[in-house]
Write a new protein. Structure first.
Length: 251
């Protein structure tokens, strides 16, 4: 049985075995008993995940054609596929689970935000992204790519940029480099007024990132708070701790 690539689903299938093995090796540096693969596609990673001993495995795949292909070529996966959109499902397990995948590029950032919602259940994620997105998630203050995703992910997870993956590792080759990162949930999260307050503040700050912070977030603070010299900075100059501390001073 053959499968077709679907551009609408952002599909680029991994074909480089060494990359697949490298991802699985990084995944196995952490203990886990439940594993969810997002977007298994034609099973490049799946074939290395299915034999891992003593774990419960589930794969989430939206494409009906790929589900049939996987069940035919990897019989061990039968009964373990959730045939649905990852962005629309409830948590696949009741307890904690690790997430892995060569994520469809067109929804990769939404996948990360979904995992953030589930972070009480997801201690580790190992995922492949467009390099630009991977760098954005991992970046530090005072860099051009430091932004909303950097702050919101790093508030709850340590981010490690693991390695680059060149276009020729895929079929079809994407026009960009890819990168694999690992998220490890932080044991202690920086104090903040609320998660919602942090999200609102960070989004407002970076939506006008070229402006002085005072102008970008004026609607969220009283004038006497805005007099603080911290508001003379731009969003990219603030650390996660700075943003978290500011949430307590919001209206």
């Amino acid at each position: 049985m053959e499968y077709r690539l679907k551009k609408s689903l952002g599909q680029h299938f991994l074909k480089d075995e060494s990359v697949c093995k490298h991802i699985v090796a990084k995944l196995q540096e952490h203990d886990f008993t439940q594993l969810v693969e997002v977007g298994p596609g034609a099973g490049a990673l799946t074939k290395y995940l299915l034999p891992i001993k003593n774990i419960d495995f589930k794969a989430v795949e939206l494409d009906t054609e790929k589900v049939a292909y996987l069940e035919l070529n990897y019989p061990a996966i039968k009964g373990k596929i959730i045939h649905d959109d990852f962005l629309n499902i409830p948590p696949p397990f009741e307890n904690t689970f690790t997430v892995v995948g060569n994520f469809p590029y067109n929804i990769s950032t939404q996948i990360v935000f979904k995992v953030l919602e589930w972070r009480d259940q997801v201690p580790v994620l190992v995922g492949m992204f467009q390099k630009e997105v991977a760098q954005r998630i991992a970046s530090k203050p005072n860099t051009k790519v430091y932004g909303i995703m950097s702050v919101l992910v790093q508030a709850f997870y340590e981010v490690e940029y693991l390695f680059d993956v060149p276009p020729e590792s895929f079929n079809p080759p994407p026009k960009v480099m890819s990168g694999v990162i690992r998220l490890n949930r932080k044991a202690t999260v920086v104090d903040m007024k609320s998660e919602k307050a942090l999200f609102v503040l960070v989004k407002a700050a970076f939506n006008q990132r070229r402006k002085m912070l005072r102008n970008a977030v004026r609607s969220l603070f009283d004038d006497e708070v805005l007099a603080d010299p911290l508001f003379n900075k731009r969003a990219e100059q603030l650390s996660i701790e700075d943003f978290a501390a500011l949430t307590f001073r919001m209206r």
